[in-house]
Design a protein around this ligand. Structure first.
Ligand code: GLN
Ligand code: ZN
Length: 766
């Protein structure tokens, strides 16, 4: 039943907006991959899906959760599912096979574009709506999942406003939002079908309402959702918002007449007060997102309960539900399983299962008072107090170092143009220097060696010898191909963040802590739990092996603080900037050690710099301040002649170019091949002062580009960036490619550089 009331249960109602989808042991991932390899048929894939859903429902019922979602599950993506449900996407062939063609493509079908789901590391499929073809209802998926779970469950769909806001239009002259009036009646038909099947309530996810919306967008959302509420009188609609506060949309959303509105009070607790004012007159129930669905920390009961108390005082207990702030898709299943963690750290964690238990405890505490409440949440409160007081989160040595950072630590002493002269003299590189981004193909053999080393099957010294051979082979190959600045190839790294997290104090790495990224892919973010330090050098010995084998300079290869933080679960007990300073000091020490070992070219990757930009414009300046300063803290302790590189895996720079410049790197390499170098206009218009390597080789594709193509791209680049500031490199690291592709592609890239060099010399001479 959607509206569990305190009268019947003796506690506040609890709800869950969505569950993780992979299953506790990533059953769905493995079933999907086996299905795609043709080893598992559709029937058994579907059976795995059913088992995952059943497992999730079991967790909810064990915790006594009142409102349990259905249709949060997906074999592909919930945005695609919703698009299919309303005819905003169409399967090229029927059934799951058609969905996989949309999500993955094949030789003849181009998959839908994929992009980040708000500021999470989940990626959704971008529907392309065609204004000419209209919409049509197909409620079969939510109906089937409702039948499976029972009619008390609450179907969840992406709402019409967010669906179109996240979509692209097949006709560039038509803004997808213009199609809202056509789409809403189709949603209404779906709701009708669900009501007939017994659903008394439906969760309409409208996370786009927390973005900066202009008046036209907000009016469109208000009208569409108001119409939907009016069109479905038999269904209690919960309009669910998350990943931020509603801001200017708060009053309009509470005035829709929806049965319930869900608010993310973890990201924006201050919105509760105005929400209560608006809700007390409108009759709308509130679902309070008080347990963090985006992070892994046990909830602090006191502030959570004070929000609940305020809501109960204003609305009465029957009009208040408590829930995680958003779907639990973004956290792993079970912290209890992480027996390899320090017990102290493990006790601070709450993954999906623990969050359900927290909800159950909070719902009882919410209606208890005084000593009784203290009995119920005492243990929860103690965990948070222990974490706050722990020596692991309060290291005097680390805090003193951060406090002692001076403005001089955040900038290089000499401006970039003068440093370039010193570097030219020291490195003596040819014009249009060629390099790669860091990693070489991650062969099955390398992965196997790492795995066997992990299990102890391969002894440390055998592993070291193996990696050493990989590195020296990679160096020999690069010398043969004629690259100018070499890399060691990163064979020892499982992942560009985890590799560092494993070596830094203050980070933990989990065994089962997977979170879906897209399709069958997941990531296992490290957990930044405490104050950070670097007990010993992390990369110097591998770099040394590479440099000893090389006649050309070898780049040192590090990951920057923004990327380390963005791809980890971070502390919520201090501002992210404080964590960034600590990580940056550790990287700064690594930079210093590399330089002391003789390394004169050091790359600090900031792959996540752009995706770290906050959703709300008002929060962006604060982000850029610490993000750029922490990069400079890593990189500015070096001599003028030491060249700092950074790498970024994206091609949209227009809005962030000034912040890229304030990283004050000597050289950046960026993704560029697919945009035909047009992105470099931003660098020209801004008068970007440093050197740039626009990617010439699209490493996302198995296709091997020719020297002619890459030379043509280089010509286009040279029209925008002076030749003496241009580098030649691929779009990104080569770890996902095979040597059969990399060898000819990099050879052709070097050939293209040589041709342009010869042409430039020729032009200079005449
Ligand atoms: N140095 C890393 C590599 O080459 C960079 C990866 C990335 O930018 N995502 O793999
Ligand atoms: Zn990259």
């Amino acid at each position: 039943m959607g509206e569990a009331s305190i009268g019947s249960t003796g506690r506040l109602g609890t709800a869950v907006l969505g569950f993780p989808r992979f299953g506790p042991d990533r059953e769905l991932k493995f079933a999907l991959e086996a299905h795609w390899r043709g080893e598992v048929d559709e029937e058994s894939l579907r059976a795995t899906g059913r088992a995952v859903r059943e497992h999730n429902r079991g967790l909810a019922s064990a915790a006594g959760i009142d409102v349990v979602p259905v249709n949060d599950f997906s074999f592909t993506d919930h945005v695609l599912d919703t698009a299919l449900m309303v005819g905003a996407a169409r399967r090229p062939v029927p059934g799951l096979a058609g969905e996989f063609l949309l999500s993955r493509g094949d030789a003849t079908h181009r998959p839908l574009e994929m992009t980040k789901w708000f500021d999470t590391n989940y990626h959704y499929l971008v529907p392309v709506v065609n204004p000419a073809s209209g919409f049509a209802p197909d409620p079969s998926k939510p109906l089937a999942e409702l039948a499976e779970a029972g009619a008390h469950a609450r179907p969840v769909v992406v709402g019409p406003f967010s669906l179109l806001h996240l979509a692209k239009s097949a006709d560039p002259a038509v803004d997808p939002l213009e199609l809202l009036p056509d789409l809403v009646p189709v949603y209404a038909e779906v709701l009708r079908a669900l009501a007939e099947a017994g659903a008394s309530s439906v969760q309409i996810d409208e996370p786009c309402l927390v973005l900066d919306l202009d008046a036209r967008q907000l009016a469109a959302a208000e009208r569409a959702l108001g119409d939907l509420v009016a069109a479905a009188p038999a269904t209690a609609l919960t309009v669910a918002t998350y990943f931020g506060g509603l801001g200017a949309a708060l009053e309009p959303v509470l005035g829709l007449g929806a049965a319930e509105v869900h608010l993310d009070l973890v990201r924006d607790p201050a919105q509760l007060e105005p929400a209560l004012r608006a809700a007390s007159s409108s009759g709308t129930r509130l679902s309070l997102g008080i347990v963090d669905g985006r992070n892994v920390w046990a909830t602090d009961p006191a502030p959570a309960l004070s929000l609940v108390d305020a809501a109960v005082a204003a609305l009465g207990p029957d009009r208040v539900t408590i829930a995680p702030s958003c779907s639990l898709l973004h956290v792993p299943y079970s912290a209890a399983r992480e027996t390899g963690l320090m017990p102290e750290v493990r006790s601070w964690l709450a993954f999906a299962e623990e969050k359900l238990s927290e909800l159950a405890v909070l719902s009882r505490a919410a209606v208890a008072s005084g000593a009784q409440r203290e009995d119920i949440v005492g243990a929860m409160g103690r965990v948070v107090a222990e974490r706050r007081a722990s020596a692991l989160t309060n290291r005097a040595d680390v805090r003193e170092r951060v406090a002692a950072i001076t403005p001089d630590d955040l900038r290089r002493a000499t401006p970039v143009a003068r440093r370039a002269e010193a570097q030219r003299a020291a490195l003596a590189l040819p014009p249009l220097p060629t390099t790669t981004i860091g990693s070489f193909p991650r062969t099955a053999e390398i992965r196997d060696a790492r795995r066997r080393h992990g299990t102890g099957e391969m002894a440390d010294d055998a592993y070291r010898r193996y990696i050493t051979d990989q590195i020296t082979d990679a160096i020999a190959w690069q010398e043969r191909v004629g690259l100018d600045v070499l890399v060691h190839g990163e064979p020892e790294r499982n992942d560009m963040v985890q590799y560092f997290a494993e070596q830094l104090e203050g980070f933990a790495v989990t065994e089962h802590g997977w979170v879906q990224s897209y399709g069958s892919r997941g990531v296992k973010p490290p957990i930044l739990f405490g104050d950070v330090s670097r007990p010993r050098p992390m990369t110097v010995s591998w770099w040394q092996i590479a440099q000893d084998a090389a006649t050309k300079p070898v780049k040192g290869m590090l990951t920057g603080p923004v990327t380390i933080l963005r791809w980890s679960f971070v502390r919520d007990d201090q501002p992210e900037s404080d964590s960034a300073w600590q990580v940056a000091l550790a990287i700064r020490d690594e930079v210093a050690d590399l330089e002391a070992a003789g390394n004169r070219v050091i790359q600090i990757d900031e792959a996540a710099f752009r995706e770290g930009v906050p959703l709300r414009t008002s929060e962006r300046d604060g982000y850029f301040d610490w993000a750029t300063a922490s990069f400079r803290l890593c990189s500015s302790g070096v001599d003028d002649a030491t060249q700092i590189h950074s790498h970024m895996c994206y091609s949209e720079f227009n809005e962030i170019i000034e912040h890229i410049a304030s990283l004050d790197a000597d050289v950046i390499s960026i993704e560029a091949s697919r945009s035909g170098m047009e992105l470099l206009d931003a660098f020209r218009a801004f008068d970007y002062p440093a050197e740039i390597g626009p990617g010439l080789y699209d490493i996302h594709s198995p296709r091997v580009p020719t020297a002619d193509e890459m030379e043509a791209l280089l010509v286009l680049a040279a029209e925008r960036i002076p030749l003496e500031r241009l580098w030649v490199n691929p779009d990104c690291g080569l770890k996902t490619r095979r040597w059969e592709e990399v060898e000819p592609a990099v050879t052709a890239m070097v050939e293209a550089a040589h041709r342009r060099r010869a042409a430039a010399g020729h032009e200079a001479a005449t």
